[in-house]
Design a protein around this ligand. Structure first.
Ligand code: BDR
Ligand code: CA
Length: 295
């Protein structure tokens, strides 16, 4: 992940609903030193210092980094005054740590990716023999129609289209959750107020963060603000909340307007692409998870 406001919510919900083995961070919404610090801030707020955290790629595979400071602020998590942290992070790179996890795992691992896919592609390229240990990859990225950073590309795929293409054509079982559904699951102003009722730091933090995010996310409207990344967590756990299209896809790697665009193909490994979502079921699940775990 590349926290990031919506990554922060995704992490909090994942901690509340899954057995999280660890978090690997990538550059995207901000530079990797900032996304790393933000991931640590969220784990601290959730009182989960036990979760392994590893730093991944500082830039896309073959291109320079594009960040989203206008959406997530200069820190990558603007809107809440975090306490100063005094933690020294592990020097082990994310992909080396992921290799150990995949080698040591007795069952297939679920990987949830909510940032540019640089770490995932690096893992596939570096450890092709371990790819079979990934049972499921749930990804927030792309769009069958439209875009948010250009008229035809979504941010995560635009930032590292080469990585996205490697991942989507890898044959790994993938559930892809793009703007086609994340633009339907909008967090309303009432929802932002409801965050505030969660006790302790988590409640105040989510309230501050999403007040900022609602004012800066370009696709926020009177109905609410898209909360993209947490839908990848939902897709991993509750595929029945979504409607899926099984289709081979590639990602456009040109340097023009269409960089990062998802293209449907007639041949290649099938990817499950979400085309619709039952928002009532999704929000019910999200609120139940948050209100049970953070009390
Ligand atoms: C994606 O881009 C990032 O800014 C968000 O964190 C999300 O992962 C939405 O396009
Ligand atoms: Ca993200």
């Amino acid at each position: 992940m590349d926290p990031g406001h919506d990554d922060a919510l995704a992490m909090l919900v994942a901690l509340a609903t899954l057995e999280v083995q660890g978090v690997s961070v990538v550059a995207g919404n901000q530079t990797v030193d900032k996304t790393m610090r933000n991931a640590r801030r969220i784990l601290t707020a959730a009182n989960r210092p036990d979760i392994p955290l590893r730093e991944g790629a500082s830039r896309p595979l073959f291109r320079s980094l594009v960040t989203a400071g206008s959406v997530h602020g200069t820190s990558g998590l603007d809107g809440y005054e975090f306490p100063v942290l005094d933690v020294s992070e592990s020097a082990q790179p994310a992909v080396a740590w992921l290799r150990e996890q995949m080698q040591g795992s007795l069952q297939a691992v679920t990987w949830i990716a909510t940032g540019p896919l640089t770490n995932v592609a690096s893992f596939i390229l570096g450890h092709p023999d371990l790819v079979k240990n990934i049972g499921l990859l749930a990804i927030m990225g792309g769009a069958l129609r439209g875009g948010n950073i250009t008229p035809c590309a979504e941010f995560n795929f635009y930032v590292d289209p080469d990585a996205a293409n490697i991942v989507l054509t890898s044959g790994i079982p993938i559930r892809l959750v793009g703007l086609d559904v994340t633009h339907k699951a909008l967090l309303s102003q009432d929802g932002i107020q409801r965050f505030r009722r969660l006790p302790g730091m988590v409640g105040e933090m989510l309230y501050g963060l999403f007040t900022f995010f609602a004012a800066h996310e370009p696709d926020a409207n009177a109905q609410g603000v898209p909360i993209h990344d947490v839908l990848a967590v939902a897709a991993a756990e509750h595929p029945e909340f979504f409607t899926w299209l099984m289709v081979p896809v590639t990602v456009e790697r040109c340097d023009g307007q269409c960089r990062g665009q998802v293209q449907q193909r007639s041949e290649g490994p099938l990817v499950a692409v979400a085309t619709d979502i039952d928002t009532a079921k999704f929000f019910d699940w999200m609120w139940t998870a948050l209100e049970r775990y953070y009390r």
